[in-house]
Design a protein around this ligand. Sequence first.
Ligand SMILES: *Cc1c(COP(=O)(O)O)cnc(C)c1O
Length: 418
Amino acid sequence: MDHFQYRDGVLHAEDVPLPAIAEAVGTPVYVYSEATLRRHARVFREALSAVDRTHFAFAVKSNPNLAVLRVLRDEGFGADVVSIGEARRALAAGMPAADIVFSGVGKTDDELAEAVEAGIGQFNLESEEEGVELARIAHARGLVATAALRVNPDVDAGTHDKISTGKADNKFGVPFHEAPAIFTRLAALPGMNLRGLAVHIGSQISDLAPSRAAFAKMGGLMRDLRAAGHAITHMDLGGGLGVPYRAGEELPTPADYGAMVAEVTADWDVTVMFEPGRVITGNSGVLVSRVVRVKRGANHPFVVVDAAMNDLARPAMYDAWHDVVAVLPTGGKTTANVVGPICESSDTFAKNREMDAVATGDLVAFRTAGAYGATMANTYNSRPLVPEVLVCCDRYAVVASRIDPATILAAEQVPDWL
Ligand SMILES: *Cc1c(COP(=O)(O)O)cnc(C)c1O
């Protein structure tokens, strides 16, 4: 459930009509609903309430906006970060360092050092080499780094190839059969407090069976490590739960996921950690765009909008579906292609799509754009960086300004030999 609803024929974000934001801020613009963010955070936490000890680390990469992070901090969430830049954001939003998990396959020595000094709560190690480096960096500073070993369970999450992370040939984690030996070697290093295991098999997961299989495998590994004398106090089950992108699409709910996790982890006696991203932010945002013109096509018209693949990359990158709706629907329907102005055929949001009839100047909204939307935006074709707005009841605020191409141009120089 989200708080983007029609009232008197106008699409609203909570109590704010979207045309008011489009007028004041311009288009394209991302609009987030604070009530939806809070609701999703609470629903997810509630779904895991049968698990004794839990820790929730919001996956910052899904939506790193400072105001979004502040809302989630308010909801008691820590952060899962994959770069020092994301760690700085989480800290800037007021999240305690101890509540931050540092994931990512290519953490540099500089990043590890800064994170160790900041007191980051847990490093999810992606390789033995990284663990050795982390222990050396911490020990040299008279510190001890707390860590978990990320294991690749060799389970196919059944999602899009580009967002699948738990198969043996994916770059993430250490191979399952090597994990006990690597764990034993790393746990013995000075500067290292290796307290658990981590797993994350992919994103937009629509079937719980692969997750259940992966978690069960991790439980077995945990028991083997305990039998070998290791103290395992934390198990990080990652993120990945999918959200419906199409009206009427049926996916496992947080409650289904929670019941599965509670069952698999019932006798684990650990703090179970979660890294949800999309399930918190996905339905909390829309991308509002204006129709530049409607152009005749060979089969169907092209609805050319002022948003493009640089603002919302998911359709071009993952063939992702976003519902496109008129902000002020007339009741008429059409079949059309929705495209952006960028000079690439991949700049296509929808093909042969049955949708609301729209005309030049009309506003449209791309739904479920709160996750992996603005965070992937760029300035390709010398377009501005898209702004973001947060709505709370009848108030709204710009939480990321539009960055003009002139600002980008000002950061470039012609060398003196030209
Ligand atoms: C991307 C990612 C997540 C979040 O994935 P969602 O599908 O957005 O829930 C969690 N953990 C790790 C390690 C990730 O890379």
